[in-house]
Design a binder for this molecule. Structure first.
Ligand SMILES: *Cc1c(COP(=O)(O)O)cnc(C)c1O
Length: 343
């Protein structure tokens, strides 16, 4: 028996892409790094390519090479980490476009792959990746063939944060004099409005149903099977550390999934599951392969419960665990049976 069934709604994925694309007149690329935010980069990208996406972003050259095999020769695949030592053969063979992050990366790229495309990532204040204004000023004359200039916002999920406007000004200052296409916005930046859209947006999490795209359609449902149900008397404990002690007689279901499946231990005693429309609290600690859930309120002992679904989004589950939807999605493990709802 698998550790549950992960159902991926490709119709919702495409609808989220179209809704984000409809917010502006430029191109909308798709970010499919980290195996498509845990949902399968090949499946996500092939579905989006059929829906019209022409440009994809991944984190590393290796991810790009794998994606190239899934997508074939047509789409552009951009690599956020740029051209690192050792990447040259992979970038060339898979026809990837590195987003170069430092003058050293530009020099390596121009000397080793002089005819291969590249973009430039600029640092406008996040201080994570990209060329700073002085770096850019020193090499921009050599980078006239760049296909794209990008930068990334640190606070786009907080629309009122002053760093958004500051980074916008910095990006304009660094790029207004060029006619190279520009991209600043991920999901959050897309929602900040037209000033942030430039020629291309590049959402990731919003495609997969996550915040800050609050209007997204949920893409995942995760249903976990019940292995065993038992009645626990008042005063008995459940699970490791005996951290949960029943205060009245309770009915406890043990489910097949645990922290090894991405249902992180921080969910212990905090998250909820759903048997149809009935909320059922997780009790005791999350084990590696098992969860214990109080199903006393269910009329009949359920055969399976949803931890993600119509009643609980990835962000609601994330909040219960003290994290963000991105981490929940990218942690979903390999033991689930994956089902797909075609668009
Ligand atoms: C991950 C990432 C994105 C996508 O961000 P979301 O918040 O998932 O939309 C876009 N650009 C860069 C540079 C990234 O690292």
């Amino acid at each position: 028996m698998a550790s549950g069934t992960l159902t991926i709604d490709l119709g919702a994925l495409v609808a989220n892409y179209r809704a984000l694309a409809a917010m502006h007149g430029g191109e909308t690329a798709a970010v499919v790094k980290a195996d498509g935010y845990g949902l399968g980069a090949a499946l996500m990208a092939q579905t989006l390519a059929k829906a019209g996406t022409r440009t994809f972003f991944v984190a590393t050259a290796e991810e790009g090479a794998t994606l190239r095999r899934s997508l074939g020769p047509g789409p552009t695949i951009n690599v956020f980490s740029g051209h690192m030592t050792g990447d040259t053969d992979v970038l060339r063979d898979a026809r990837l476009t590195p987003m170069l992050n430092a003058p050293e990366q530009l020099a390596l790229h121009l000397s080793s792959l002089p005819d291969a495309p590249y973009g430039i990532q600029l640092d406008t204040g996040m201080n994570r990746l990209g060329m700073e204004p002085a770096d850019w000023a020193s090499i921009r004359g050599d980078a006239r063939d760049a296909t794209l200039l990008i930068s990334h916002l640190a606070c786009a999920d907080e629309p009122d944060h002053p760093q958004n406007a500051a980074q916008l000004v910095a990006f304009r200052d660094m790029t207004d004099a060029t006619d190279t296409p520009r991209s600043l916005a991920a999901t959050g930046g897309t929602l900040l409005g037209p000033d942030y859209h430039f020629d291309m947006t590049r959402p990731g999490v919003g495609l997969y149903g996550g915040l800050p795209f609050a209007a997204a359609r949920p893409v995942v449902r995760l249903s976990l099977p019940v292995i065993q149900v038992r009645d626990v008397a008042s005063g008995e404990s459940v699970g490791y550390g005996a951290s949960y002690v029943a205060d009245t007689s309770r009915r406890i279901a043990t489910l097949s999934a645990g922290y090894a499946d991405g249902l992180i231990r921080a969910m212990s005693a905090r998250a909820k599951l759903w048997a149809g429309d009935t909320p059922c609290p997780l009790v005791g600690r999350v084990s590696m392969d098992l969860l214990t859930v109080d199903v006393t309120d269910c009329a009949d002992p359920p055969k399976a419960l949803d931890i993600l679904g119509p009643h609980q989004t990835v962000d609601q589950l994330a909040e219960a665990a003290g994290t963000i939807g991105y981490e929940i999605l990218t942690s979903l493990g390999g033991r689930y049976t994956r089902k797909v709802i075609q668009p």
